[in-house]
Design a protein. Structure first.
Length: 244
């Protein structure tokens, strides 16, 4: 499984990909200014950004990872299916709070293959910060360093993790999320107008749709988003970057 040398932060990076499924799953971005600036605030060796607020692309599924981890480490880790036996990942998938590798390793047996890869590539002290929508963990930002992170450093990284996650995932969501959620143009148009506070009648005037069509679009969009009502659907659509 080769790691792609693709940075989603490059303006034209996604032009050649027709949908989210066609985008390489594991992407090595190398040196990037935003990460270099963060590294100056809290020194770390590597960072990995995982998960999207889209079904099947959430943290732990392995379908969307941006990282500066050595590509050879990622390739060996995936090809050897180490993830299936990695106690750190199992703990992270079950947690809604920060997960520290050393804490996990004290409680669980660690596969020798994993320890070998970590020693070979210098990937130590993984510390993972979950990214959540309500009570759902959909993404994570992880950091590694030869020395453990202090409590204050983890607190700071926790404050900025969501912004970092958003910076890397927004280009993907802007381009593909509506298709992935299978929201139609009509549903997006109606949700957009609803987010401005318009009633169904007002949305009809703004979009040119009949009242029944507006209500049908709102109802179907609400169902697709897994929301319980129009207000929640609007909030979820804004969070998922489906509408501005």
């Amino acid at each position: 499984m080769p790691v792609s040398a693709l940075s989603v932060l490059d303006p034209q990076a996604l032009d050649e990909f027709i949908d989210l499924r066609s985008v390489p799953k594991h992407r090595y971005f190398g040196r990037i200014d935003i990460i270099d600036r963060l590294r100056r605030a809290v020194p770390f060796d590597y960072i990995f950004i995982s998960g999207l607020d889209v079904d099947h692309y959430r943290f732990g599924e392995g379908f969307s990872i941006d990282t500066d981890l050595p590509p050879a480490f990622v390739e060996a880790y995936v090809d050897a299916q180490v993830v299936a036996h990695d106690p750190f990942i199992r703990a992270a998938k079950a947690s809604t709070s920060v997960v520290v590798e050393s804490d996990v390793y004290r409680e669980h047996e660690v596969p020798q293959r994993l320890l070998y890869l970590q020693r070979t590539f210098g990937v130590h002290n993984r510390t993972l910060i979950p990214i959540m929508r309500d009570s759902t963990v959909y993404g994570a930002v992880g950091f590694t360093r030869i020395n453990k992170f202090s409590v204050d450093e983890i607190s700071f990284l926790s404050l900025v993790a969501e912004s970092i996650h958003t910076a890397f995932t927004k280009p993907l969501l802007d381009k593909y999320a509506a298709d992935q959620m299978k929201l139609s143009k009509g549903e997006i148009a109606c949700l957009t107008q609803a987010s401005l506070g318009l009633t169904s009648e007002g949305i009809g005037k703004a979009t040119g749709y009949q009242l029944d069509t507006v209500n049908s679009y709102i109802k179907s969009a609400t169902k697709k988003l897994g929301a319980s009502n129009r207000t929640q659907a609007i909030a979820d659509a804004i969070r998922r970057k489906l509408i501005a």
